[in-house]
Design a protein around this ligand. Structure first.
Ligand SMILES: *Cc1c(COP(=O)(O)O)cnc(C)c1O
Length: 353
């Protein structure tokens, strides 16, 4: 008997389906450094249109999308405002300091929505010994806060503040697709409040590789230059773009199911164990569930015990575990996952007392 592996460490673990592989193998391709790959062009055009912007650029990763945006919006020695728990601050190898040559000013927030007053205070006055503030970044959905959704109202006020201080807004929209599905908002509606957005195809959408940077014609032209600086000029990339197009067409409408799986898992484990949901808002807003194991149970022990029973979870901050639900996890697996989690948790809890 083979046990099914339930791997909820991340939504990046999704593997291309047979029909996605077929779409990839049949893709028309050309040399994208010459701008001649028809499939890359089709992906870029259709994503630009979905987000209501002039232009878009296919990039290998979300990190590259963010870093290109930062390079485009800033000058060396500037300062950018980011949220304290943001991906750009924690997981991008200090790249803003290396590539654009800027420093980050971090503002804490409750669930990704930095208080506007704190942003105003952080914006540097034009005095020669200060760095120049040149960009505000926002993350949608917010990863480390537990897939929380930055509201449309907040985006609108942030954008207004940006206009007041003449500061562009970049949205790290790695999981903006999830935000759109959960809030029932079209991509162009969120996007009207950001100057540039970086969106991932390789997470919940299920493409193997790829992100897209979206913005004005001018910003994207500059980003194309910076992509080449980083060695990111790709040739017959249409093979990969075809996966992205397929994902948008066939997988996007299914993202809400991942949110239902996350919510079901959260409700099952809180009914049956002493652990609590530690998503910043207290709710499961999209596909991420952060689990606080409490004082008496060591999260890495829970992780190890679950792993022996083929349930793979990742470590979160502090005493937390993190689970991310995705299209390769079926609704049927959720009860099994919750059973494995709760029985492991109970064994460890009893061992302590
Ligand atoms: C995954 C992710 C990215 C980009 O990651 P890559 O692995 O470079 O594609 C950026 N921001 C957030 C919030 C993410 O979760």
């Amino acid at each position: 008997m083979t046990t099914t592996i339930i791997d909820v460490r991340s939504d990046t673990l999704t593997k291309p389906t047979q029909s996605m592989r077929l779409a990839m193998s049949e893709a028309l391709v050309g040399d994208d450094v010459y701008g001649e790959d028809p499939t890359v062009n089709r992906l870029q055009d259709s994503i630009a249109e979905l987000f209501g912007k002039e232009s878009a650029l296919f990039v290998p990763t979300g990190v590259m999308g963010n870093q290109l945006a930062i390079a485009v919006h800033t000058q060396r020695g500037d300062e950018i405002i980011v949220e304290s728990e943001s991906h750009i601050f924690h997981y991008e190898t200090a790249a803003p300091a290396i590539i654009a040559g800027v420093q980050m000013y971090c503002i804490p927030s409750w669930k990704g929505e930095m208080p506007l007053d704190s942003i105003k205070e952080a914006i540097r006055p034009p005095v020669y010994y200060f760095p120049k503030t040149s960009l505000i970044c926002i993350e949608q959905t917010h990863n480390r806060h537990g897939g929380t959704i930055v509201s449309l109202d907040y985006m609108q006020s942030l954008h207004a503040l940006g206009q007041e201080f003449n500061l562009p807004i970049h949205c790290d929209g790695a999981r903006i697709w999830n935000a759109c599905a959960a809030a029932n908002v079209e991509p162009h509606v969120f996007a009207q409040y950001a100057d540039t957005l970086s969106v991932c195809l390789s997470k919940g959408l299920g493409a193997p590789i790829g992100s897209v940077l979206i913005g004005s014609k001018e910003h994207i032209e500059q980003a194309r230059h910076w992509r080449k600086v980083l060695g990111g000029g790709m040739r017959q990339a249409g093979i990969l773009a075809a996966a992205g197009l397929h994902a948008i067409e066939h997988h996007r409408s299914m993202l809400q199911e991942d949110h239902e799986k996350a919510a079901l898992f959260a409700s099952l484990i809180t009914q049956d164990s002493q652990c609590i949901i530690a998503n910043s808002s207290g709710n499961v807003e999209s596909n991420i569930v952060i689990i606080d194991c409490g004082e008496n149970v060591n999260p890495s022990d829970v992780q190890a015990m679950c792993e022996k029973k083929s349930l793979f979870l990742s470590m979160g901050r502090g005493r937390c575990l993190r689970t991310v639900f995705h299209r390769d996890i079926s609704m049927d697996m959720i009860q099994t996952a919750a059973d494995i989690f709760c029985s492991s948790y109970r064994i460890l809890e009893n061992a302590r007392t």
